[in-house]
Design a protein around this ligand. Structure first.
Ligand code: SF4
Length: 341
């Protein structure tokens, strides 16, 4: 039993998690309410001399939930549950924390610091996972953005639930840069079910792309993460890019799988079970680093560029650096940024 217990010795986010109230419990999944100091989080610049330059085309992230019910086998965000001392791999999928007072905190943050440089919603956990249907924490953030102008807001999801908010997106896109990135790793439903057991089927995601595009919104497809010898074949990626184009996507991204220790602990047993002939190669390739290096990356880059050219797709959305409107600058107040909820 999680809620109500307050184990001694826990501090910060781990203490908050242990004390969280149960919002709902169903199947093996439990939902909790959790306070947060901030909704907007600034991305960290790369360490000096880093081999991995910061290529993120945004400077702010928002993740309305901690944990993600979609349970993708390759998920890199599992470590975020470890901050709450929840270390079992299933905890990330079954103990979902909805952040409280998203709208109030976000309004205060925007008043204090105008977030230039792009705001990405859903960088760590899916903003349209099943919890959103009931708890509407992503929608709370979007309602705040619909009041603003001159921002650059981007959503990444695997869920067709995203279409619920199309009227709100249209409102945001009237006064801000706005786009939706739909992640589809494969069109093969049975492979998708193995890789992403609780995420919506690929055909449902494509239908969502169609609806978003038909509403006049900028939408693209990301086949991320591209998994060596599982989803990286030219024919698979080509079919996916063509389907994306046919459903109204204007761009097709692409990034190769990386495996931090938290994701390696789940993904390698998955490979052992479903692709045993690949296990040794995966172990060797990811043994010394979470990131692949060398000619494989160049080969995938070229493959994607060729496919994009074939279908007239861009590599990604265009992110505009916007100047805050004068009214925002005038209202820019210096008040304490955070009050601990
Ligand atoms: S949808 Fe994203 S956050 Fe959720 S489990 Fe899959 S990879 Fe992780």
């Amino acid at each position: 039993m999680l809620c109500g217990d307050s184990p001694k010795g826990l501090v910060g986010i781990a203490k908050l998690a242990a004390e969280s109230e149960v919002l709902e419990a169903k199947r093996a999944v439990q939902y909790f309410e959790i306070g947060c100091r901030s909704v907007l989080n600034r991305t960290r610049p790369p360490a000096p001399g880093s081999r991995f330059p910061n290529r993120m085309p945004f400077q702010w992230t928002i993740n309305p939930y901690r944990g993600c019910e979609f349970a993708c086998r390759y998920c890199y965000a599992r470590y975020t549950h470890e901050f709450m001392e929840l270390r079992h791999s299933a905890d990330f999928e079954d103990l979902i924390y909805a952040k409280s007072d998203i709208a109030g905190i976000l309004r205060r943050e925007i008043r204090h610091t105008w977030p230039t440089g792009g705001i990405a919603i859903g960088t760590a956990t899916d903003p349209y996972q099943p919890a959103e249907r009931r708890f509407k924490r992503t929608r709370a953030a979007l309602e705040v953005f619909a009041e603003q102008s001159g921002l650059s807001v981007h959503i990444t999801t695997k869920s067709d639930l995203v279409t619920r908010d199309i009227p709100l997106f249209v409102e945001i896109a009237r006064k801000n840069d706005f786009n939706v990135n739909m992640t589809i790793t494969t069109l093969d439903t049975s492979l998708a079910r193995m890789l992403e057991p609780r995420a919506p089927r690929p055909d449902l995601r494509l239908k969502a792309v169609r609806l978003l595009a038909d509403a006049g919104l900028t939408v693209g497809v990301f086949p991320n993460p591209i998994m060596p010898l599982i989803t990286d074949q030219e024919a698979r990626l080509d079919r996916l890019a063509k389907a994306a184009r046919d459903h109204g996507a204007s761009y097709f991204g692409g990034g190769v799988l990386f495996l931090q220790p938290c994701s390696r602990r789940v993904f390698l047993p998955f490979v052992a079970e479903h692709f045993p002939h690949l296990l040794r190669r995966y172990q060797e390739r990811y043994e010394s680093s979470a990131y692949l290096k060398g000619p494989y990356l160049d080969m995938i880059r070229e493959r994607l560029a060729t496919i994009r050219d074939r279908y007239g797709l861009d590599a990604g959305p265009r992110f505009a650096e916007r100047v805050p409107p004068k009214s925002v600058l005038a209202a820019h107040v210096q008040e304490p940024l955070f009050e601990f909820a």
